[in-house]
Design a protein around this ligand. Structure first.
Ligand code: FDA
Length: 310
């Protein structure tokens, strides 16, 4: 892995850097590029604009790695509030939510998985009432088995719960086969976490090749694939394949992150694809922002310029 990317991803887990960077006022300009704002109203405003522009949306209330049960409970409250607001705004057919199990208590010791399941189930129940769906984000590889167990359990009650698989993990091709069944919603992404060679492909080419193989498995299956990438090579492969098979655009999604390649979002909508934009909001933006910086050296330069006040 590129040393700059490794260093930034390590910084993403540093509490000391988190408080130093969060205290620097010019950081705001960088945050605003990738994060919709801090409040439910901010999230709704951005979601509505994207829906008006022809996109679907997945709202992510920022937070991860919570260290106490009360914080996990507050995350559930935030999701309840935003889901009720989505329903009240009449956006439930276009706007869903994404959740991170580490924000819901997954890492809270031996019972963490059960706590995260209970909290995720509470969010799914509100989403069902609101008339929308939930997708469970993927985090680092030490959580994959636990996360997929929770998703499987949630799907017993809410079969529309989405799973996320990371093409950089060597296990993912097999996971795609397991999860490609009827009705199964699966988001395929490259993976944003620094992972060891023993479990992950570590070069850009090998990750891209894995993504293409995994995408093939999902497209050959009976589920609902959601391809989350900004990579122009992969976008071309995917759109060619969707076009060549004459697949109904309503049966697969292309997904992008808020603030990344907005021109491409518009182009894909204009081509008739179902495009969903992942929109993070809230005050806990540090880990998310650092992963976005790690993806692209030009973002680091942008960030440093903002910190220097230029
Ligand atoms: P890659 O990083 O190779 O980027 C290709 C090109 O896209 C770049 O050359 C650049 O032009 C542009 N680009 C990419 N990232 C950019 C950025 N940050 N800023 C500006 N331009 C950028 N990961 C994870 O581990 N768990 C998850 O649950 C999710 N969920 C998720 C949802 C959605 C909708 C998306 C799009 C992505 C995720 N990810 C994720 C993140 C994903 O794993 C991956 O880290 C990023 O999408 C970057 O990988 P790309 O496939 O875009 O390619």
């Amino acid at each position: 892995m590129n040393p700059l990317r490794s260093a930034i991803l390590a910084a993403a887990r540093s509490d000391r850097l988190r408080s130093t960077i969060a205290a620097a006022p010019p950081t705001r300009a960088v945050v605003d590029r990738f994060v919709a704002g801090e409040t439910t109203a901010d999230a709704l405003r951005v979601a509505r604009a994207l829906v008006d522009a022809g996109c679907a949306v997945s709202l992510d209330h920022l937070g991860e790695d919570v260290t106490d049960a009360a914080e996990a409970g507050r995350a559930v409250d935030a999701y309840r509030e935003v889901l009720e607001a989505v329903a009240a705004a009449g956006l439930a057919d276009r706007v869903e939510v994404s959740v991170k199990l580490s924000a819901l208590g997954q890492g809270l010791g031996a019972g963490g998985e059960a706590v995260a399941y209970e909290h995720a189930a509470a969010i799914c129940a509100v989403a069902a009432d609101a008339g929308t769906t939930v997708t469970v984000d993927a985090e680092d590889h030490t959580t994959t088995d636990s996360t997929l167990r929770v998703v499987a359990k949630l799907r017993e009650t809410w079969p529309w719960v989405g799973a996320v698989l990371q093409a950089q993990l060597r296990r993912t091709e097999a996971d795609c086969g397991t999860l490609a069944g009827p009705g199964s919603r699966v988001r395929l992404c490259k993976g944003a976490y620094a992972e060891p060679e023993s479990v992950a492909y570590r070069t850009a080419d090998s990750v891209r090749a894995s993504f293409a193989r995994c995408a093939g498995t999902l497209l050959d299956g009976a589920g609902y694939p959601m391809f989350a990438t900004h990579d122009p090579v992969l976008v071309r492969v995917l759109t060619d394949r969707l076009r060549a098979t004459g697949r109904d655009p309503a049966t697969a999604e292309l997904q992008l992150l808020y603030g990344v390649r907005p021109d491409e979002q518009r182009r894909l909508v204009d081509e008739g694809h179902t495009v969903r934009v992942y929109v993070p909001y809230g005050t806990q933006w540090y880990g998310y922002l650092m992963r976005r910086l790690a993806e692209r050296p030009a973002n680091v330069a942008f960030f440093l310029r903002a910190l220097a006040g230029r």
